[in-house]
Design a protein around this ligand. Structure first.
Ligand SMILES: [Zn+2]
Length: 191
């Protein structure tokens, strides 16, 4: 089944079960209040943070906010799906794809996993560096909730830095310090 068809039916199914509601100016999805904003609103917030506090500190703040979003969304979906572990991680990737976070492909759903995202909404033309900090945080927050320990995430390839896709690697802080290939991405987690 194509991604689009899965996404549509999955969300339609949640709506049919009453797990998505539109009422009196409130939208809730599996109990979590959400609202629709254009992608540039969040990008604007991220840009202002980076201008005010510098690239690295700003990116870290956006990453931390993304962590909260990933953790809350996973908790909300957990209440309605019986999934856990890697199955839950793959389920959340589908939900996030369906919610417009880009075409997410889980290459490895473990706590040391790897995820590739096509058409990330956080791409920044000409940024010259990875820019999908909110999505990176979302993945870290979701994984931390699922595996019940602190898991971080770095973006090793990004469309904003000239790659074809965005690539994310999950793991512990120690892993990012010890692994020679990943060490250079550690500054994404500094702070
Ligand atoms: Zn990216």
């Amino acid at each position: 089944m194509s991604g689009m068809v899965w996404d549509y039916f999955h969300y339609a199914n949640l709506a049919r079960k009453g797990l998505i509601s539109f009422k009196n100016g409130r939208i809730t999805v599996t109990g979590l209040r959400v609202f629709l904003v254009d992608v540039d609103s969040l990008q604007g917030l991220s840009d202002r943070l980076k201008e005010k506090f510098g690239e690295e500190t700003g990116a870290k703040a956006v990453y931390d906010a993304g962590r909260g979003a990933g953790s809350r969304a996973t908790r909300a979906h957990r209440r309605f799906s019986k999934k856990s572990g890697e199955e839950q991680a793959r389920y959340m990737a589908k939900m996030a794809s369906g919610a417009g976070w880009g075409r997410i492909r889980v290459l490895d759903a473990s706590p040391d996993g790897e995820i590739v995202v096509e058409d990330s909404p956080f791409r920044r033309r000409g940024a010259g560096r990875p820019s999908c900090d909110f999505l990176r945080g979302f993945l870290a927050g979701a994984a931390s909730y699922i595996y019940r320990r602190r898991i971080d995430c770095v973006e090793t390839e990004c469309v904003s830095a000239g790659s074809k896709k965005c690539r994310f690697v999950l793991g512990s802080r120690q892993k990012f310090s010890r692994n020679a290939k990943l060490r250079k991405f550690r500054n994404q987690l500094a702070g």
